[in-house]
Design a binder for this molecule. Structure first.
Ligand code: KG4
Ligand code: ZN
Length: 380
Protein backbone atom coordinates (compact mmCIF):
# COMPACT_ATOMS: atom_id res chain seq x y z
CA UNK A 1 0.00 0.00 0.00
CA UNK A 2 1.19 3.51 -0.77
CA UNK A 3 1.66 5.63 2.34
CA UNK A 4 0.56 8.96 0.88
CA UNK A 5 -1.98 9.11 -1.94
CA UNK A 6 -3.26 12.19 -3.73
CA UNK A 7 -6.62 11.46 -5.40
CA UNK A 8 -8.20 13.53 -8.18
CA UNK A 9 -11.78 13.43 -9.50
CA UNK A 10 -13.09 15.45 -12.49
CA UNK A 11 -15.65 13.13 -14.10
CA UNK A 12 -18.58 15.55 -14.14
CA UNK A 13 -19.29 18.88 -12.47
CA UNK A 14 -17.27 18.57 -9.28
CA UNK A 15 -13.56 19.41 -9.21
CA UNK A 16 -12.19 17.38 -6.32
CA UNK A 17 -8.94 16.34 -4.65
CA UNK A 18 -8.23 14.38 -1.48
CA UNK A 19 -5.23 13.11 0.44
CA UNK A 20 -5.00 9.74 2.21
CA UNK A 21 -2.11 8.89 4.50
CA UNK A 22 -1.80 5.26 5.64
CA UNK A 23 -5.30 4.68 4.25
CA UNK A 24 -6.79 7.45 6.40
CA UNK A 25 -8.39 10.60 5.05
CA UNK A 26 -6.41 13.78 5.69
CA UNK A 27 -8.30 16.16 3.40
CA UNK A 28 -11.29 16.10 1.04
CA UNK A 29 -11.78 19.21 -1.07
CA UNK A 30 -14.76 19.51 -3.44
CA UNK A 31 -15.39 22.53 -5.63
CA UNK A 32 -18.92 22.24 -7.02
CA UNK A 33 -19.59 23.81 -10.41
CA UNK A 34 -23.36 23.65 -10.00
CA UNK A 35 -23.76 27.43 -10.13
CA UNK A 36 -22.08 27.49 -13.55
CA UNK A 37 -24.49 24.94 -15.04
CA UNK A 38 -27.78 25.80 -13.36
CA UNK A 39 -28.92 28.35 -15.91
CA UNK A 40 -28.53 25.77 -18.70
CA UNK A 41 -30.67 23.24 -16.84
CA UNK A 42 -27.90 20.62 -16.82
CA UNK A 43 -24.16 20.05 -17.06
CA UNK A 44 -22.57 21.66 -20.14
CA UNK A 45 -19.44 19.55 -20.91
CA UNK A 46 -17.35 22.39 -22.38
CA UNK A 47 -18.07 24.63 -19.36
CA UNK A 48 -17.23 21.74 -17.02
CA UNK A 49 -13.92 21.18 -18.79
CA UNK A 50 -12.93 24.84 -18.59
CA UNK A 51 -13.87 25.07 -14.92
CA UNK A 52 -11.86 21.92 -14.11
CA UNK A 53 -8.91 23.41 -15.96
CA UNK A 54 -9.12 26.65 -13.99
CA UNK A 55 -9.89 25.18 -10.57
CA UNK A 56 -8.01 21.89 -10.35
CA UNK A 57 -4.52 23.27 -9.52
CA UNK A 58 -6.04 25.33 -6.70
CA UNK A 59 -8.13 22.41 -5.39
CA UNK A 60 -5.08 20.10 -5.39
CA UNK A 61 -3.04 22.78 -3.62
CA UNK A 62 -5.72 23.12 -0.96
CA UNK A 63 -5.99 19.35 -0.45
CA UNK A 64 -2.21 19.14 0.10
CA UNK A 65 -2.11 22.10 2.45
CA UNK A 66 -5.12 20.90 4.51
CA UNK A 67 -3.42 17.52 4.81
CA UNK A 68 -0.23 19.25 5.91
CA UNK A 69 1.94 17.59 3.30
CA UNK A 70 4.23 18.80 0.52
CA UNK A 71 3.94 17.72 -3.11
CA UNK A 72 7.18 15.74 -2.73
CA UNK A 73 5.56 13.59 0.01
CA UNK A 74 3.05 12.07 -2.43
CA UNK A 75 3.81 8.43 -3.26
CA UNK A 76 1.01 7.72 -5.76
CA UNK A 77 -1.55 9.76 -7.68
CA UNK A 78 -5.03 8.23 -7.99
CA UNK A 79 -7.34 9.57 -10.66
CA UNK A 80 -10.82 8.83 -12.00
CA UNK A 81 -10.57 7.40 -15.51
CA UNK A 82 -14.30 6.87 -16.10
CA UNK A 83 -17.14 6.55 -16.54
CA UNK A 84 -17.88 10.23 -16.96
CA UNK A 85 -17.65 13.11 -19.43
CA UNK A 86 -14.61 12.36 -21.60
CA UNK A 87 -13.51 15.97 -21.97
CA UNK A 88 -13.86 16.58 -18.23
CA UNK A 89 -12.06 13.36 -17.25
CA UNK A 90 -9.15 14.38 -19.49
CA UNK A 91 -8.34 17.39 -17.31
CA UNK A 92 -7.92 15.29 -14.17
CA UNK A 93 -5.97 12.65 -16.06
CA UNK A 94 -3.58 15.14 -17.64
CA UNK A 95 -2.93 16.77 -14.28
CA UNK A 96 -2.43 13.42 -12.52
CA UNK A 97 -0.14 12.06 -15.23
CA UNK A 98 2.01 15.20 -15.33
CA UNK A 99 2.39 15.16 -11.55
CA UNK A 100 3.14 11.43 -11.36
CA UNK A 101 5.70 11.71 -14.15
CA UNK A 102 7.33 14.75 -12.56
CA UNK A 103 7.65 12.97 -9.20
CA UNK A 104 8.47 9.60 -10.78
CA UNK A 105 5.66 7.90 -8.85
CA UNK A 106 2.86 5.54 -9.97
CA UNK A 107 -0.52 6.55 -11.32
CA UNK A 108 -3.53 4.64 -9.96
CA UNK A 109 -6.43 4.71 -12.46
CA UNK A 110 -9.76 4.33 -10.65
CA UNK A 111 -13.26 3.55 -11.88
CA UNK A 112 -15.71 6.21 -10.65
CA UNK A 113 -18.45 3.70 -9.81
CA UNK A 114 -16.04 1.59 -7.81
CA UNK A 115 -15.38 4.78 -5.86
CA UNK A 116 -19.10 5.22 -5.11
CA UNK A 117 -19.26 1.56 -4.08
CA UNK A 118 -16.67 2.09 -1.33
CA UNK A 119 -17.76 5.61 -0.36
CA UNK A 120 -19.39 4.34 2.86
CA UNK A 121 -15.91 4.08 4.35
CA UNK A 122 -15.56 7.86 4.05
CA UNK A 123 -17.44 8.92 7.18
CA UNK A 124 -14.96 7.21 9.51
CA UNK A 125 -11.98 7.46 7.23
CA UNK A 126 -10.20 10.11 9.28
CA UNK A 127 -10.02 7.67 12.22
CA UNK A 128 -10.07 4.23 10.66
CA UNK A 129 -8.09 3.26 7.54
CA UNK A 130 -10.06 2.01 4.53
CA UNK A 131 -8.39 -1.41 4.74
CA UNK A 132 -9.35 -1.86 8.40
CA UNK A 133 -12.95 -0.90 7.69
CA UNK A 134 -13.12 -3.44 4.89
CA UNK A 135 -11.66 -6.10 7.23
CA UNK A 136 -14.57 -5.62 9.60
CA UNK A 137 -17.21 -5.86 6.83
CA UNK A 138 -18.95 -9.18 6.23
CA UNK A 139 -18.79 -10.10 2.58
CA UNK A 140 -20.49 -10.78 0.25
CA UNK A 141 -22.33 -7.47 0.12
CA UNK A 142 -24.89 -6.09 -2.30
CA UNK A 143 -23.80 -2.63 -3.48
CA UNK A 144 -26.55 -0.28 -4.69
CA UNK A 145 -25.11 2.48 -6.89
CA UNK A 146 -27.53 5.30 -7.64
CA UNK A 147 -26.18 8.46 -9.22
CA UNK A 148 -26.97 10.95 -11.95
CA UNK A 149 -25.47 8.67 -14.59
CA UNK A 150 -25.83 5.12 -13.28
CA UNK A 151 -28.19 2.90 -11.36
CA UNK A 152 -27.00 -0.63 -10.74
CA UNK A 153 -26.75 -3.35 -8.13
CA UNK A 154 -23.49 -5.25 -7.80
CA UNK A 155 -22.52 -8.25 -5.75
CA UNK A 156 -19.21 -7.63 -3.95
CA UNK A 157 -17.33 -10.87 -3.18
CA UNK A 158 -14.18 -9.05 -2.16
CA UNK A 159 -12.17 -5.97 -3.05
CA UNK A 160 -11.93 -5.89 -6.83
CA UNK A 161 -14.37 -8.75 -7.40
CA UNK A 162 -17.76 -7.50 -8.50
CA UNK A 163 -20.70 -8.88 -10.42
CA UNK A 164 -23.43 -6.67 -11.78
CA UNK A 165 -26.85 -8.20 -11.00
CA UNK A 166 -29.17 -5.53 -12.38
CA UNK A 167 -29.31 -1.99 -13.66
CA UNK A 168 -31.44 0.64 -15.30
CA UNK A 169 -32.22 -0.07 -18.93
CA UNK A 170 -32.29 3.64 -19.79
CA UNK A 171 -32.12 6.79 -17.61
CA UNK A 172 -30.32 6.76 -14.28
CA UNK A 173 -32.25 7.33 -11.07
CA UNK A 174 -30.75 10.78 -10.36
CA UNK A 175 -31.27 11.72 -14.00
CA UNK A 176 -34.98 10.86 -13.69
CA UNK A 177 -35.26 13.06 -10.59
CA UNK A 178 -33.57 15.84 -12.57
CA UNK A 179 -35.89 15.42 -15.57
CA UNK A 180 -39.02 15.43 -13.42
CA UNK A 181 -37.70 18.56 -11.71
CA UNK A 182 -37.24 20.18 -15.12
CA UNK A 183 -40.85 19.35 -16.04
CA UNK A 184 -41.94 20.95 -12.78
CA UNK A 185 -39.55 23.90 -13.22
CA UNK A 186 -37.72 23.18 -10.01
CA UNK A 187 -34.23 23.96 -11.34
CA UNK A 188 -31.04 21.88 -11.67
CA UNK A 189 -30.01 19.58 -10.12
CA UNK A 190 -33.56 18.61 -9.36
CA UNK A 191 -33.13 15.64 -7.05
CA UNK A 192 -32.79 17.66 -3.85
CA UNK A 193 -35.78 19.91 -4.76
CA UNK A 194 -38.06 16.99 -5.67
CA UNK A 195 -37.18 15.12 -2.48
CA UNK A 196 -37.67 18.23 -0.32
CA UNK A 197 -41.19 18.84 -1.69
CA UNK A 198 -42.08 15.15 -1.45
CA UNK A 199 -40.83 14.96 2.14
CA UNK A 200 -42.96 17.93 3.20
CA UNK A 201 -46.09 16.08 1.98
CA UNK A 202 -45.27 12.49 2.83
CA UNK A 203 -46.88 12.31 6.29
CA UNK A 204 -50.17 13.87 5.16
CA UNK A 205 -51.03 11.55 2.27
CA UNK A 206 -51.87 7.86 2.34
CA UNK A 207 -50.19 6.04 -0.53
CA UNK A 208 -51.39 2.66 -1.76
CA UNK A 209 -49.82 0.08 -3.99
CA UNK A 210 -52.20 -2.01 -6.09
CA UNK A 211 -52.13 -4.29 -9.08
CA UNK A 212 -54.41 -4.75 -12.08
CA UNK A 213 -54.01 -7.03 -15.08
CA UNK A 214 -51.49 -4.75 -16.73
CA UNK A 215 -49.26 -3.40 -14.03
CA UNK A 216 -48.63 -2.44 -10.43
CA UNK A 217 -49.32 1.14 -9.38
CA UNK A 218 -48.63 3.67 -6.67
CA UNK A 219 -51.76 5.67 -5.95
CA UNK A 220 -52.90 8.51 -3.73
CA UNK A 221 -55.69 11.05 -3.51
CA UNK A 222 -55.46 14.82 -3.83
CA UNK A 223 -58.53 16.97 -3.10
CA UNK A 224 -60.92 14.09 -3.73
CA UNK A 225 -59.32 12.83 -6.96
CA UNK A 226 -57.25 9.65 -7.17
CA UNK A 227 -54.03 9.70 -9.20
CA UNK A 228 -51.55 6.94 -9.94
CA UNK A 229 -48.17 6.11 -11.39
CA UNK A 230 -47.11 2.69 -12.66
CA UNK A 231 -44.09 0.84 -11.30
CA UNK A 232 -42.35 -0.11 -14.57
CA UNK A 233 -41.04 -3.67 -14.95
CA UNK A 234 -42.66 -4.64 -11.65
CA UNK A 235 -43.39 -8.15 -12.90
CA UNK A 236 -40.38 -8.99 -15.01
CA UNK A 237 -38.20 -11.73 -13.59
CA UNK A 238 -34.92 -9.91 -14.24
CA UNK A 239 -33.42 -7.40 -11.83
CA UNK A 240 -33.55 -4.34 -14.09
CA UNK A 241 -35.46 -1.07 -13.77
CA UNK A 242 -36.59 1.61 -16.28
CA UNK A 243 -36.70 5.24 -15.28
CA UNK A 244 -37.57 6.42 -18.75
CA UNK A 245 -40.97 4.68 -18.59
CA UNK A 246 -41.65 6.30 -15.23
CA UNK A 247 -40.68 9.73 -16.54
CA UNK A 248 -43.18 9.37 -19.41
CA UNK A 249 -45.87 8.38 -16.92
CA UNK A 250 -45.09 11.51 -14.86
CA UNK A 251 -45.54 13.64 -17.97
CA UNK A 252 -48.95 12.05 -18.53
CA UNK A 253 -49.85 12.55 -14.88
CA UNK A 254 -49.03 16.26 -15.12
CA UNK A 255 -51.20 16.56 -18.24
CA UNK A 256 -54.03 14.74 -16.46
CA UNK A 257 -53.78 16.95 -13.38
CA UNK A 258 -53.69 20.13 -15.39
CA UNK A 259 -57.16 19.36 -16.83
CA UNK A 260 -58.27 17.81 -20.10
CA UNK A 261 -58.67 21.16 -21.85
CA UNK A 262 -55.08 22.21 -21.20
CA UNK A 263 -53.29 21.39 -24.44
CA UNK A 264 -49.96 22.69 -23.27
CA UNK A 265 -46.65 21.20 -24.18
CA UNK A 266 -45.25 20.54 -20.74
CA UNK A 267 -41.67 20.15 -21.93
CA UNK A 268 -41.72 23.68 -23.35
CA UNK A 269 -43.83 25.57 -20.88
CA UNK A 270 -43.01 23.73 -17.66
CA UNK A 271 -45.71 22.21 -15.53
CA UNK A 272 -45.41 25.00 -12.98
CA UNK A 273 -47.45 27.08 -15.42
CA UNK A 274 -50.40 24.70 -15.21
CA UNK A 275 -50.18 23.14 -11.75
CA UNK A 276 -50.70 24.64 -8.31
CA UNK A 277 -47.86 24.46 -5.77
CA UNK A 278 -49.78 21.71 -3.97
CA UNK A 279 -50.11 19.70 -7.20
CA UNK A 280 -46.40 20.12 -7.97
CA UNK A 281 -45.50 18.71 -4.54
CA UNK A 282 -48.01 15.89 -5.00
CA UNK A 283 -46.36 14.89 -8.31
CA UNK A 284 -42.98 14.88 -6.50
CA UNK A 285 -44.43 12.65 -3.78
CA UNK A 286 -45.92 10.11 -6.21
CA UNK A 287 -42.81 10.08 -8.41
CA UNK A 288 -40.37 9.64 -5.52
CA UNK A 289 -42.50 6.84 -4.10
CA UNK A 290 -42.79 5.02 -7.44
CA UNK A 291 -39.07 5.45 -8.23
CA UNK A 292 -37.98 4.08 -4.87
CA UNK A 293 -40.62 1.30 -4.96
CA UNK A 294 -39.36 0.20 -8.38
CA UNK A 295 -35.78 -0.07 -7.12
CA UNK A 296 -36.81 -1.65 -3.82
CA UNK A 297 -38.66 -4.51 -5.58
CA UNK A 298 -35.60 -5.40 -7.65
CA UNK A 299 -33.20 -4.97 -4.73
CA UNK A 300 -35.31 -7.35 -2.63
CA UNK A 301 -35.38 -9.80 -5.54
CA UNK A 302 -31.58 -9.52 -5.88
CA UNK A 303 -31.17 -10.21 -2.16
CA UNK A 304 -33.39 -13.29 -2.38
CA UNK A 305 -31.10 -14.68 -5.06
CA UNK A 306 -27.79 -13.80 -3.43
CA UNK A 307 -26.14 -14.62 -0.15
CA UNK A 308 -25.42 -11.01 0.79
CA UNK A 309 -24.68 -10.19 4.40
CA UNK A 310 -24.46 -6.44 3.97
CA UNK A 311 -26.24 -3.77 1.94
CA UNK A 312 -24.14 -0.82 0.76
CA UNK A 313 -25.43 2.37 -0.83
CA UNK A 314 -23.41 4.83 -2.92
CA UNK A 315 -23.99 7.80 -5.26
CA UNK A 316 -25.75 11.17 -5.23
CA UNK A 317 -29.26 9.73 -4.73
CA UNK A 318 -28.18 8.32 -1.35
CA UNK A 319 -28.79 11.88 -0.09
CA UNK A 320 -32.51 11.08 -0.53
CA UNK A 321 -34.01 10.50 2.91
CA UNK A 322 -36.97 8.40 1.69
CA UNK A 323 -34.63 6.10 -0.24
CA UNK A 324 -32.50 5.65 2.88
CA UNK A 325 -35.59 4.96 4.96
CA UNK A 326 -36.75 2.19 2.60
CA UNK A 327 -33.26 0.70 2.44
CA UNK A 328 -33.16 0.64 6.27
CA UNK A 329 -36.32 -1.44 6.13
CA UNK A 330 -34.89 -3.78 3.49
CA UNK A 331 -31.72 -4.26 5.55
CA UNK A 332 -33.84 -4.98 8.61
CA UNK A 333 -36.04 -7.51 6.79
CA UNK A 334 -33.05 -9.40 5.38
CA UNK A 335 -30.98 -8.98 8.58
CA UNK A 336 -28.18 -7.17 6.78
CA UNK A 337 -25.72 -4.56 7.96
CA UNK A 338 -26.53 -1.32 6.12
CA UNK A 339 -23.66 0.98 5.19
CA UNK A 340 -23.82 4.28 3.34
CA UNK A 341 -22.02 7.63 3.45
CA UNK A 342 -23.98 10.08 5.59
CA UNK A 343 -22.40 13.36 4.59
CA UNK A 344 -23.19 15.25 1.36
CA UNK A 345 -19.49 15.55 0.55
CA UNK A 346 -19.39 11.74 0.25
CA UNK A 347 -22.73 10.90 -1.40
CA UNK A 348 -21.99 13.28 -4.28
CA UNK A 349 -18.87 13.09 -6.39
CA UNK A 350 -15.67 13.43 -4.38
CA UNK A 351 -12.02 12.39 -4.50
CA UNK A 352 -11.94 10.69 -1.08
CA UNK A 353 -13.76 7.68 -2.57
CA UNK A 354 -11.23 7.57 -5.43
CA UNK A 355 -8.41 7.57 -2.88
CA UNK A 356 -10.11 4.72 -1.00
CA UNK A 357 -10.10 2.48 -4.08
CA UNK A 358 -6.44 3.37 -4.66
CA UNK A 359 -5.61 2.50 -1.04
CA UNK A 360 -7.51 -0.80 -1.27
CA UNK A 361 -6.13 -1.80 -4.66
CA UNK A 362 -2.43 -0.93 -4.97
CA UNK A 363 -2.20 -3.54 -7.75
CA UNK A 364 -3.87 -1.02 -10.08
CA UNK A 365 -0.81 1.25 -9.87
CA UNK A 366 1.16 1.74 -13.06
CA UNK A 367 4.15 3.70 -14.25
CA UNK A 368 3.04 3.18 -17.81
CA UNK A 369 1.34 6.56 -17.86
CA UNK A 370 -0.30 5.91 -21.23
CA UNK A 371 -2.16 2.76 -20.18
CA UNK A 372 -4.92 4.62 -18.37
CA UNK A 373 -7.56 3.91 -21.00
CA UNK A 374 -8.23 0.42 -19.73
CA UNK A 375 -11.09 0.59 -17.29
CA UNK A 376 -10.26 -1.26 -14.11
CA UNK A 377 -12.71 -2.56 -11.54
CA UNK A 378 -16.38 -2.74 -12.40
CA UNK A 379 -17.11 -3.52 -15.99
CA UNK A 380 -19.35 -0.59 -16.78
O1 KG4 B 1 -23.16 10.81 -7.72
P1 KG4 B 1 -23.54 12.15 -8.22
O2 KG4 B 1 -23.13 13.36 -7.42
O3 KG4 B 1 -22.99 12.38 -9.65
C1 KG4 B 1 -22.92 11.40 -10.62
O4 KG4 B 1 -21.93 10.61 -10.60
O5 KG4 B 1 -23.86 11.35 -11.43
O6 KG4 B 1 -25.13 12.15 -8.38
C2 KG4 B 1 -25.83 13.30 -8.77
C3 KG4 B 1 -27.32 12.96 -8.87
C4 KG4 B 1 -28.13 14.08 -9.50
O7 KG4 B 1 -28.93 13.52 -10.52
C5 KG4 B 1 -28.97 14.60 -8.36
O8 KG4 B 1 -30.22 15.12 -8.74
C6 KG4 B 1 -29.14 13.36 -7.50
O9 KG4 B 1 -27.88 12.74 -7.56
N1 KG4 B 1 -29.54 13.70 -6.13
C7 KG4 B 1 -30.72 13.33 -5.58
C8 KG4 B 1 -30.76 13.91 -4.28
N2 KG4 B 1 -29.60 14.60 -4.09
C9 KG4 B 1 -28.86 14.46 -5.23
N3 KG4 B 1 -31.74 12.59 -6.07
C10 KG4 B 1 -32.80 12.39 -5.26
N4 KG4 B 1 -32.92 12.92 -4.03
C11 KG4 B 1 -31.93 13.67 -3.50
N5 KG4 B 1 -32.06 14.18 -2.27
ZN1 ZN C 1 -20.78 9.99 -9.28
Amino acid sequence: MYKTILAIETSCDETAAAVLVDGKLRSNVVYSQIDLHTKYGGVVPSIARLAHQQKLPEVVEQALSEAGIAESDIQAVAVTIGPGLAIALEIGLEHAKALAEKLGIPLIPVNHMEGHLWSWTGDNLAEEAAGDQVQSANLPALGILVSGKHSEWVQVSRVGEYEKLGQTLDDACGEAFDKVATMLRLGYPGGPAVSRLAAAMRDSYAIFEYRDNASTYISSELNGTKYRLPIPLAHTSDLNVSFSGLKTAVKQLIAEMSGANQKLNIQETGAAAVLSAEQVSFVCLLFETAAVAMMERKIRAALKRSASRELWLGGGVVANEYFRQRMRLVAHDFELTLRFPASKSLTGDNAAMIGVVAALRPELATKDYQSHDRQPGLSL
